[in-house]
Design a protein around this ligand. Structure first.
Ligand code: LLP
Length: 422
């Protein structure tokens, strides 16, 4: 189901017209749907349920995809755990009411201060990504008189067949412990008094549409788990990471969660370990859009430009990955007075890479509202203040109600931390 549905008053999210949101909160504005977020989480739960795994599994939402407190709080209320990659994300999860005991901490460069904060909070597990990190963590845990719960993030050397910038499971990537070194590192971990070996973790990349690479990675992980058990190192949990892709274009569907997860889940059904996933994009991506207004129409000799009030600083994915987001006119059908033509949808930022969509066939007038779809993941979370642009507002629709979940930044906030020379 599409997030924004056409009605006589234009596109709506749940029961609220996007035009009304623009009038109340201004543009650019991120708009999320509580129902869509809840449904995305339920799709995971149902898939686990169907394989008899719901009772012994934990869905750890990857906070990096969208770290707004309201979204974290919603997932916490649904029972989710969280996958974090920084002390900042740890603080956000705790501030949003997340359960420390359901947090896993990933990332290749955890600082000692971050390790200490996470130990003191009592997180569920550290996903350790190198031999050095294991030693650092052991030292830090010793210094605070605790045992650090640990999984090794192994790099299975599987090609996830996605954009190179979001592939993580190949040998050439900076992520994880090389598969061939993992067994020995587990043996080392088992000897460290301040390390408690708990599990294994693997994440091969993002926006994966084919379940085969993830299933292949799971096979490698399971073989290692069995080899470790035979050597007396018995793991409690298996974390298969995130990565499930979503639909970005009307003409390029993504697999349903049940279908994408089935090959992995069928491999785990008969086992005793607890199971974890770290989905980010698939829980929030299709549940959000970026609402923007056309400022200027600029017909050109070669290309026609529609300059909108959102830009690469608000949604970086097109500039960074050449990513496609469908773009829809918000006004009701038949209300456009311009003729349909192919537009470059661009922002006001002073960079040629500042585009939100190429070659979009739309009938536009200045002042029209546009919805940039599937922008709930890695949209606001990656936004910046480039060109001294205050970051957008964020709202959450819940039935016929709209809640402001992040107010628009104001310009004074952008330089509040700066000072001039004496
Ligand atoms: N776990 C780990 C260790 C990760 O590194 C990531 C994402 C996830 C889980 C969540 O993956 P997901 O389910 O969202 O695919 N900014 C890029 C995506 C970067 C993904 C980074 N790691 C984008 O906009 O496409």
């Amino acid at each position: 189901m599409s997030l924004a549905v056409m009605h006589e008053d234009g596109l709506r999210v749940e029961g609220v017209a996007l035009a009304e949101i623009a009038a109340r909160f201004g543009t650019p504005c991120y708009v999320y749907s509580r129902a869509a977020l809840t449904a995305a989480y339920a799709a995971y739960r149902d898939a686990l349920q169907a394989h008899g795994l719901a009772q012994r599994s934990l869905i750890c939402y990857a906070v990096k995809a969208n770290s707004n407190l309201a979204i974290l709080n919603l997932f916490a209320r649904l029972g989710a755990g969280f996958d974090i990659v920084s002390g900042g994300e740890l603080a956000r999860v705790l501030a949003a009411g997340g359960d420390a005991n359901k947090i896993v901490f990933s990332g290749v460069g955890k600082s000692r201060a971050e390790m200490r904060a996470a130990l003191e909070a009592g997180i569920h597990c550290f996903n350790v990504e190198s031999a050095s990190e294991l030693e650092h963590l052991s030292e830090v845990a010793g210094s605070v008189g605790r045992r650090a719960p640990v999984s090794l993030r192994v790099n299975p050397d599987v090609d996830p067949k996605t954009h190179p910038y979001i592939s993580t499971g190949l040998k050439s990537a900076k992520f994880g412990v090389a598969f061939d070194e993992a067994f020995d590192l587990y043996r080392r971990a088992a000897t460290l008094p301040h390390i408690a070996v708990k599990g294994i973790d693997c994440h091969i990349g993002s926006q994966l549409l084919d379940p085969a690479p993830a299933a292949e990675a799971a096979d490698k992980v399971l073989a290692l788990v069995d080899r470790l058990a035979a050597a007396g190192i018995v793991l409690e949990h298996i974390d298969l990471g995130g990565g499930m892709g979503i639909q970005y274009r009307a003409d390029a569907p993504a697999p349903a969660a049940a279908d994408y997860l089935a090959p992995m889940l069928s491999r785990l059904a008969g086992r005793r370990e607890k199971l974890m996933f770290e989905p980010g994009r698939s829980l929030v991506g299709n549940a959000g859009l970026l609402l923007t207004r056309v400022e200027v129409l600029k017909p050109g000799e070669e290309k026609h430009f529609a300059v909108v009030d959102a830009a690469m600083n608000d949604l970086m994915r097109p500039a960074l990955y050449d990513a496609w987001h469908d773009i829809a006119r918000v006004g009701a059908d038949g209300t456009a007075t311009g003729t349909a033509m192919s537009y470059e949808i661009v922002g006001p930022v002073c960079e040629s890479g500042d585009f939100l969509g190429h070659d979009r066939l739309l009938a536009l007038n200045e002042g029209d509202l546009l919805a940039i779809l599937s922008a709930g993941a890695y949209g606001m979370a990656m936004a910046s203040n480039y060109n001294s642009r205050p970051r957008a507002a964020e709202v959450m629709v819940d039935g016929s109600a709209v809640h402001l979940i992040r107010r628009r930044e104001d310009v004074a906030q952008l330089f509040a931390l700066e000072s001039t020379l004496p």
